[in-house]
Ligand binder design. Structure first.
Ligand SMILES: NC(=O)c1ccc[n+]([C@@H]2O[C@H](COP(=O)([O-])OP(=O)(O)OC[C@H]3O[C@@H](n4cnc5c(N)ncnc54)[C@H](O)[C@@H]3O)[C@@H](O)[C@H]2O)c1
Ligand SMILES: [Zn+2]
Ligand SMILES: [Zn+2]
Length: 364
């Protein structure tokens, strides 16, 4: 039995309770979870804005220690620190063999189940699903071997957990997806855990102006710690007009949507300038459509793209991000603002709803 936070019904609190977790099977690993981040993506499932099979244990931004390995596992060993990845890779599908492991087709097809379509979590006969095959809002999790990345030098669990989602997503959006060039101007719409990593990524590649856009003054002030050079409060100003004013009327070279709505996606599009690149990171409610000016896209040669998991290859990028943290290049120490016990997970999401700055983390 393990303690886990279970989502039984959308728009209801998570229930922290004992559930059964089976032994790792062939190619699977039992991880003792050390920390799990409070990311808005889990909130979308709780609100029913993103579809998922219920009941489910959420939690996809995590790190821990290998407790036990199933038959055939060779890349990790017990007692090793690992970072969990919410898109493991099967290594055989079209996405995996073309280097897009972060979009693994077989992971997509099996969803919140293990690769064989079954679950290791259950309560009596009731199977319980594993969000992202990570399910780290639990003391222990069984994950596919490719769903945990070993790191050589141990780092604090809360920082390691962030390298499971918001860090590669945000930094990768800049370096792998948009490929932001030095000296260019950047606008970031939404400055929570992921947006702050977009800002850090833009600072790392020497963007000239990094304009933080949010509806809360507290987030904007906090964003300055991570490399923002200018701020726009979208609650009382038109963010598109303000970003244009800050870029000599041109619009930004690169814009990022990091909240998750049709309106902010359209705003991120509109505030990009000629030859601008618009990168959508936030996950809007299922079915949302953002109207964009199709002529403007052509005449100004704008590029618009989405990015999942920062378009990064977890097993290659996560160890690099650990090294960057250790070298003082990623300010994850200031990013983790609040720590909670698993019992207080609903309060942790309440604090996110209230707009508390930075990242909250569940510590086990
Ligand atoms: N693409 C991916 O792979 C990926 C990975 C992780 C998270 N996400 C998504 O990224 C988004 C952000 O996640 P997070 O954990 O940083 O959330 P968060 O709640 O920490 O941050 C969201 C921020 O957006 C701000 N905001 C709200 N409305 C706004 C508006 N109208 N204009 C400007 N800012 C506004 C909030 O004040 C907050 O600071 C979510 O939609 C999440 O699901 C996507
Ligand atoms: Zn996340
Ligand atoms: Zn695959």
């Amino acid at each position: 039995m393990v303690k886990a936070a279970v989502l039984w019904e959308t728009n209801n609190p998570l229930v922290v309770e004992e559930v059964e977790l089976d032994e790792p099977q062939a190619g699977e690993v039992l991880v003792k979870v050390g920390a799990a981040g409070i990311c808005r993506s889990d909130r979308h499932f709780m609100h029913g804005d993103a579809p998922i099979a219920l009941p489910v244990v959420l939690g996809h931004e995590g790190a821990g220690t290998v407790e036990k390995v199933g038959p055939g596992v060779t890349s990790v060993r017990p007692a090793q620190q690992v970072i969990l990845t919410f898109v493991p890779s099967c290594g055989r599908c079209k996405s995996c063999v073309t280097g897009k492991n972060h979009l693994c087709d077989n992971h997509g097809a099996t969803g919140p189940n293990m690769y064989d379509g079954t679950t290791r979590l259950h309560k009596g006969d009731q199977r319980i699903h594993h969000m992202g095959k990570t399910a780290c809002f639990a003391e222990y999790s069984v994950v596919p071997e490719s769903g945990c990345v070993p790191i050589d030098v141990a780092i604090p669990m809360d920082k390691a957990a962030l390298i499971g989602c918001c860090v590669p997503t945000g930094v990768g959006a800049v370096t792998s997806s948009a490929n932001v060039q030095p000296g260019s101007t950047v606008a970031v719409v939404g400055c929570g855990g992921v947006g702050l990593n977009v800002i850090m990524g833009a600072a790392l590649v020497n963007a000239s102006k990094i304009i933080a856009v949010d509806i809360r003054e507290s987030q904007l002030e906090f964003a300055m710690k991570f490399g923002a050079t200018h701020t726009v409060n979208a609650s009382d100003q038109d963010p598109v007009a303000q970003v244009k004013a800050l870029t000599d009327g041109k619009g930004a070279d690169y814009t990022f949507e990091v909240f998750g709505s049709a309106d902010t996606t359209k705003a991120a599009y509109d505030m990009a300038g000629k030859s601008g690149t618009v990168t959508v990171v936030g996950i809007a409610p299922w079915g949302a459509e953002a109207g964009i000016n199709a002529v403007d896209m052509v005449r100004n040669e704008k590029t618009m793209r989405g990015t999942y998991y920062g378009s990064t290859h977890a097993s290659v990028e996560m160890p690099k991000l650990v090294d960057m943290y250790l070298a003082g290049k990623l300010n994850l120490d200031d990013l983790v603002v609040r720590q909670y016990a698993l019992d207080d997970i609903n309060e942790a999401y309440g604090d996110m709803d209230k707009g508390e700055v930075g990242r909250g983390v569940i510590m086990y």
